[in-house]
Write a protein that binds this ligand. Structure first.
Ligand code: DX5
Ligand code: ZN
Length: 219
């Protein structure tokens, strides 16, 4: 399975956003990870629809939108209209899971369920046939720059085994604390889409940092 890197722009310089996007494009980054937080589902507020719309008009990169909001069903369609290519929403949110997947897919956008560190892999099993991706949070959602939670590796492994056993090709994305030390752990466990914010944006050479993540090698 191909490995991908999705750069979390939570760590980007918002006053120089256009140039930050150019930098991602030149660094062989596969996707732009756009973290939407509403201050209710998580204790932080980030950016939303108007910013996504502007990002869409500035790049052809795959826009990987991670909704950390209380009612994703209410907004899924609008995030699709405003340019998302993939929408992840939390199974712990208040929206009906199947309805939300349906709403995303009706817009021709890829759908993913995100799970917090305390949510077991089994919670998503019944939805796997309808999903393009599962997002396993490897930190508590809400903030960038946290440390990877090692216990999440077992969950990734379990999910990859389940996906393989039913013979489907579901991407497994990991998000939080992914860097040159932790990439090999998640890749070995079966993840193939690596979100990274602080590691990529603080690296001197983003292109080689992205290559390190995809290959799981230490610098
Ligand atoms: C956390 C966000 C992540 C975060 C990752 O709630 O979903 O996408 O930006 O940042 P790092 O790579 O710094 O942990
Ligand atoms: Zn995220």
């Amino acid at each position: 399975m191909k490995n991908y890197v999705s750069a979390s722009v939570l760590s980007a310089d918002m006053l120089d956003f256009r140039n930050e996007i150019r930098k991602l494009e030149k660094s062989d980054i596969d996707m732009l990870h756009f973290d939407v937080m509403d201050g209710i589902f998580v204790n932080n507020i980030t950016f939303g629809l108007p910013v996504l719309q502007q990002v869409r008009s500035a790049t052809d990169m795959t826009l990987d939108v991670h909704l950390m909001i209380a009612d994703p069903l209410k907004y899924a369609k609008r995030f699709a209209e405003f340019g998302a290519d993939i929408i992840s929403f939390h199974i712990e949110s208040e929206s009906d899971t199947l309805e939300t997947i349906k709403a995303i897919k009706e817009c021709g956008v890829k759908a993913a369920i995100a799970i917090k560190p305390a949510t077991p892999a089994e919670a998503v099993y019944e939805y796997l046939p309808y999903l393009d991706m599962v997002l396993v949070m490897t930190v508590e959602p809400g903030f960038g720059g946290q440390s990877f939670i090692p216990e999440t590796a077992d969950k990734i492994k379990k999910l990859r085994e389940k996906v393989n056993s039913i013979g489907i090709e579901t991407d497994i994305e990991v998000d939080g604390g992914i860097n040159d030390k932790t990439a090999s752990i998640v890749l070995n466990a079966g993840a193939n889409v690596l979100v990274s914010g602080s590691y990529l944006f603080t690296s001197d050479d983003m292109k080689s940092a992205a290559a390190v993540l995809k290959e799981g090698k230490s610098c």
